[in-house]
Design a protein around this ligand. Structure first.
Ligand code: AMP
Length: 357
C-alpha cells in the first residue's frame, strides 16, 4: 500500500493522464508522467515528467527508480516497455490485461472463453482468409486491424457490394479480424474498478452516442432493461476478475433486441480510465480517476454511487471555440485539456451536466 507522498508513474501524457494527475493530488499522491515528445497536456499538472521514447531503456530505468508503481493511460504501451518496467517496479494493471486487449482476436477469444458473448468473428491474414471469413459470417460485416485500432481507425464496413480486395487494402493488408455486423439499438459501456484485494466496484451503465466513430455524448441512466443492465455489470466484473485486474477498466457493449428482451454483446475492453467515465468527476461519489489512483495505490475503493441524471458531451475540434458560451452556463462543468491545436476529430475537452434525480 502506497503512503501519501509516494509517486505514481503514468505512461502517456494525454488528457487521461492529466485527469489522473488531478485526482491524485487531493489524496496527497504525486505523479510522474512519461511520454514521448509531442503535445502532452498532462505535463502541466504533473509534479515530474520525462520526455523519452518507449524503448529508451536508460530513461525507463530512471523513471522506474523514481516511482512506486507504474500505470498507463492507453493500451498500446509496447509489451517490451511494460516488461522492462515490471522487472523493476509494479506495473498495474498487469501485463495480461495489456496482452489481451492489444489484440482484438485475443480479446474476443478471452471474452468467449470466460463464457461471455461477443459478435461472431474470424481471424483474417490475407485475401483468401478474408473471402472465407466473409462467406462464413455473411454481409454486412466489419473488418478491423487486430492491433492499434481506436475511435474507428483501421476499420472498414463490408457491404453487399464491397470489393474484398479493396477492403483488404483499406486496412493496410494487416493481420485483421472480421466481425459480424451488429444491428445494435444502442451502445453502452460499464466502467468498473478492481482493487488490490480483489473487490470490484462498478458504476451504473453508461449510454454512449458515437459520431464518426468518436464518442460524442454519454448519458445516464442508460435506456436499458434491468436484466440487461445487470448482465452488463456482471460481465465487466467477471472480466476484471478473470484478468486479475487492478485499476479501472471500461467494457464497451452493443445492446441488441432479443426474443426475451434486450441483451448485450461485448465489443471491446479498454484497460484504463475511459472517455465514457468522465462524467464521474462531478456525477459520482468517487471519480473513475480517483478510483484508479486508489486501486493502483493499494487503497480501498470508493463508492461509485451516481449523484443524478448525467449528460456528458465531448468538445471536439473547433467546438472548443465555443468555450465562452459553455463556461457561462450555470451548472455546466467545463473541462478543457489544454491541447495546443484543435485538429478536426481531436478531443479538446468535455462538458458534464448533472441534473437532480
Ligand atoms: P471499435 O473501434 O471496435 O470500438 O468500433 C468503433 C465503432 O464502430 C463502434 O463504437 C460501433 O459504433 C462501430 N462498430 C464496431 N464494430 C461493429 C460491429 N461488429 N457491428 C456494428 N458496428 C460496429
Amino acid at each position: 500500500m502506497l503512503k501519501p507522498g509516494a509517486t505514481i508513474g503514468i505512461l502517456g501524457g494525454g488528457q487521461l493522464a492529466r485527469m489522473l494527475a488531478l485526482a491524485a493530488a487531493p489524496l496527497g499522491l504525486k505523479v510522474h508522467v512519461f511520454a514521448p515528445a509531442g503535445d502532452n497536456p498532462a505535463f502541466e499538472v504533473a509534479g515530474a515528467h520525462t520526455v523519452a521514447a518507449y524503448d529508451d531503456e536508460a530513461a525507463l530505468a530512471a523513471f522506474a527508480a523514481a516511482v512506486s508503481v507504474v500505470t498507463y493511460e492507453f493500451e498500446n504501451v509496447p509489451a517490451e516497455t511494460a516488461a522492462f518496467l515490471a522487472a523493476r517496479v509494479p506495473v498495474l494493471p498487469g501485463p495480461r490485461a495489456l496482452a489481451v486487449t492489444q489484440d482484438r482476436i485475443q480479446e474476443k477469444t478471452f471474452i468467449n472463453a470466460i463464457g461471455l458473448p461477443t459478435p461472431g468473428f474470424a481471424a483474417v491474414d490475407d485475401l483468401a482468409t478474408l473471402e472465407a471469413a466473409v462467406a462464413a459470417l455473411g454481409r454486412p460485416c466489419v473488418l478491423k486491424t487486430r492491433r492499434f485500432g481506436y475511435d474507428g481507425k483501421g476499420q472498414t464496413l463490408i457491404r453487399p457490394e464491397t470489393d474484398l480486395s479493396q477492403a483488404w487494402e483499406a486496412v493496410g493488408r494487416q493481420p485483421s479480424i472480421l466481425e459480424a455486423f451488429v444491428p445494435f439499438l444502442r451502445e453502452v459501456s460499464v466502467i468498473a474498478a478492481r482493487g488490490a484485494s480483489g473487490d470490484v466496484v462498478a458504476y451504473d451503465v453508461c449510454e454512449n452516442e458515437h459520431r464518426h466513430h468518436i464518442l460524442a455524448a454519454t448519458r445516464l441512466p442508460a435506456t436499458l432493461g434491468g436484466t440487461a443492465a445487470h448482465a452488463a455489470i456482471e460481465h465487466a466484473a467477471r472480466i476484471a476478475t478473470a484478468l486479475d485486474y487492478v485499476g479501472v477498466l471500461a467494457v464497451e457493449m452493443f445492446v441488441l433486441a432479443g426474443p426475451d428482451g434486450e441483451r448485450v454483446l461485448i465489443n471491446e475492453i479498454a484497460p484504463r480510465v475511459h472517455n465514457s467515465g468522465h462524467w464521474t468527476i462531478e456525477g459520482a461519489e468517487t471519480s473513475q480517476f480517483e478510483q484508479h489512483v486508489r486501486a493502483v495505490a493499494g487503497w480501498p475503493l470508493g463508492s461509485a454511487r451516481r449523484l443524478g441524471r448525467i449528460e456528458m458531451s465531448n468538445i471536439i475540434g473547433d467546438e472548443a471555440d465555443g468555450w465562452e458560451r459553455l463556461v457561462a452556463e450555470p451548472g455546466l462543468h467545463l473541462h478543457l485539456y489544454g491541447k495546443a491545436e484543435a485538429r478536426p476529430g481531436r478531443k479538446m475537452g468535455h462538458a458534464t451536466r448533472v441534473f437532480p434525480g
